[in-house]
Design a protein around this ligand. Structure first.
Ligand code: GTP
Length: 598
């Protein structure tokens, strides 16, 4: 029976350990793609992803493979992202699988996300198959890495495949292990339909296309289905699988992974993690949903052009559809007008959404500095969650403030322990533990304020360890902290979008640096612009942007016309990124500068 021949698996790995390359090889060797169709890294088909070289949105591909036992198997490969911001997507795709390939770089060994992902897989009861990749590298140490997998994770690595995704070594062995070690799906083919939605996207012609894994029963065109969380009902128009092209099939049965089209126009009716059932014969209860993921970082997104506001709302609606972790709500700012407060999993997530809005939807944006959620208790006992510094209550009404802390595990070679400790201490970190992974690598554990790591912690970590450190974090709770709101005034006017919440001990220093930064970033205007930082009514720092002396064109008086045009173009380009705040023109960078402080 077909069900016995299905194998659903994903590939988990630390970033750059070769997951996408291995996926390509698997696609190639099962003939899912002809050579002509074969492009590098098919599974990462978003432009942005390709540029950044990281997998963001998971994808599913249905492959057929004739194994050495002569039988034909249906392998569904579900791709997962590797960056710490996207752990939740990994858990989504794992709920749709029975097995996972654990790819570990033979030269690098276990890294922070290797561990994070493997624990997710084990929590989901997946069969984990270790694959030691990049054995072609001269620096590869497959035996050491095998030992590490056994010692650190506690997995049996004796049969781990030695592979090179790049050179195409070990691919056949991996496929055989998937067939023989990953269990077939064990749902009830005759039970009421239960299908897990693990992703969805919007198509201009077909409406919302949902990606599902059928757990019980089956689904085909003409059937009436119900989304259990929202109660919305639709008639199925077509079902199919990704090969990787969308290919229509008669039916998706138990264990199948594919897509459903049902003329769904409203993106809000489908929710990733929800269960689809049959309207006539509904399942008594839905599948356990995904862990609900709460955003960790918030920022304001404002269209530069006021008339783009509605387009921005639509863009966010569409992006939210296949990104359950994205949150947004309308807000307004005195300085920036109407926009949205958006919640993200982390900084990378924030940058990606911002770039997608600008590129795919063509809406130029102003982004305000990211903020975490502060828990504020007022003197009258009332508690508030503050995700926007401009809503921070005045100090007279404040009893105390708590800020989110994370427990961060950092894996690094011995030589860099000092550098990491210095970095963490500088970020108000508290040392928790240090443990040897093997003779030359350690895991350092620190408790750190989330606000200190959201901005550039990762970059600093990388640069102070020549890229050798890897890190993973999880929220560990809230702690009382001595925080104050610092306001920024331009030309005497407070700019709400520039306010930040800072630790009192660092306020003076930050205030000074922010003013210096803004002085550099704000172009000269026709008049002198004072830049001030204040806490309450007390000014703690000040700089001045001097008035403009000449106009840009004066410089090329007598110069050739094309140069003149170029300058004007450039000026126009620069203008696009400017926002008029009061009577001062402020560039986009200024809104981020308040956090970028070294
Ligand atoms: P993300 O998508 O960013 O999570 O990374 P990934 O794990 O998918 O890594 P990817 O497949 O993009 O590979 C990262 C780099 O390692 C690329 O430059 C690959 O060419 C290289 N690479 C992958 N597999 C091998 C291998 O077996 N040997 C060698 N030498 N290089 C490899």
């Amino acid at each position: 029976k077909r069900q016995k021949k299905i194998r659903n698996f994903s590939i988990i790995a630390h970033i750059d350990h070769g997951k996408s390359t291995l996926a390509d090889r698997i696609l190639e060797s099962t003939g899912a793609l002809t050579n002509r169709e074969m492009q590098a890294q098919v599974l990462d088909n978003m432009d942005l992803e390709r540029e950044r070289g990281i997998t963001i949105k998971l994808k599913a591909v249905c492959l057929s493979y004739r194994a050495d036992d002569g039988e034909e198997y249906y392998l569904n490969l579900i791709d997962t992202p590797g960056h710490v911001d996207f752990t939740y997507e990994v858990s989504r795709s794992m709920a749709a699988c029975e097995g996972a390939l654990l790819v570990v770089d033979a030269a690098q060994g276990i890294e922070a996300q290797t561990l994070a992902n493997v624990y997710l897989a084990l929590d989901n009861n997946l069969e984990v198959l270790p694959v030691i990749n990049k054995i072609d590298l001269p620096s590869a140490e497959p035996d050491r890495v095998k030992q590490e997998i056994e010692d650190v994770i506690g997995l049996d690595a004796s049969e781990a495949v030695h592979a090179s995704a790049k050179a195409g070594i070990g691919i056949k062995e991996i496929l055989e292990q998937i067939v023989h070690k990953v269990p077939a799906p064990n749902g009830d083919p005759d039970g009421p339909l239960k299908a897990l939605i693990f992703d969805s996207h919007y198509d201009a012609y077909k409406g919302v296309i949902v990606n599902v894994r059928v757990v019980d029963g089956s689904i085909k065109a003409g059937k009436k289905i119900r989304f259990m969380a929202t109660g919305a009902e639709f008639e199925v128009i077509e079902v199919g699988v990704f090969k990787p092209r969308m290919t229509i099939v008669d039916e998706l049965a138990v264990g199948d992974v594919g897509f459903v089209v049902a003329g769904i126009k409203n993106v809000k009716d489908t929710r990733v993690g929800d269960t689809i059932t049959e309207a006539k014969r509904p399942a008594p209860e839905p599948l356990p949903g995904y862990r609900r993921i709460n955003p960790m970082v918030y920022c304001g997104l404002y269209p530069i052009e006021t008339q783009d506001y509605n387009d921005l709302r639509e863009a966010l609606e569409k992006l939210e559809l296949n990104d359950a972790s994205l949150r947004y709500e309308a807000e307004s700012s005195t300085a920036l007008g109407f926009g949205f407060r958006c919640g993200f999993l982390g900084l990378l997530h924030m940058e990606i959404i911002q770039e997608r809005i600008e590129r795919e939807f063509n809406i130029p944006l102003i982004t305000t500095a990211p903020s975490v959620i502060y828990k504020v208790t007022l003197t009258n006992g009332e508690q508030l969650n503050i995700d926007n510094p401009s809503n921070y209550p005045e100090s007279g009404k404040l009893d105390f403030v708590e800020e989110p802390y994370v427990k961060a595990d950092i894996i690094v070679p011995n030589d860099y322990v000092g550098a990491i400790m210095e970095l963490c201490q500088g970020k108000r970190g508290e040392f928790v533990n240090m443990e040897y992974l093997d003779s030359n690598r350690v895991t350092l554990t620190y408790e750190l304020p989330l606000s200190e790591i959201v901005y550039d912690f990762f970059d600093q970590l990388k640069s102070s360890t020549k890229g050798y450190a890897s890190f993973d974090y999880e929220l560990s709770g809230y702690r009382k902290s001595n925080l104050v709101k610092m306001d920024i005034m331009l030309n005497g006017e407070q700019v709400d979008a520039l306010s930040v919440i800072v630790h009192r001990d660092r306020a003076y220093n930050r205030g000074r640096v922010i003013c210096e930064k803004l002085k550099e970033l704000i172009p000269r205007q026709m008049f002198e612009v004072p830049v001030q930082a204040s806490i309450g009514t007390k000014v703690i720092a000040r700089e001045t942007v001097k008035a403009m002396r000449k106009n840009v064109l004066a410089k090329c008086y007598g110069g050739d016309i094309s140069r003149k045009r170029k300058l004007l173009e450039k000026q126009k380009e620069g203008k696009k990124r400017m926002k008029q705040v009061g009577n001062v023109e402020v560039p986009q960078e200024a809104f981020m500068a308040v956090l970028k402080i070294d």
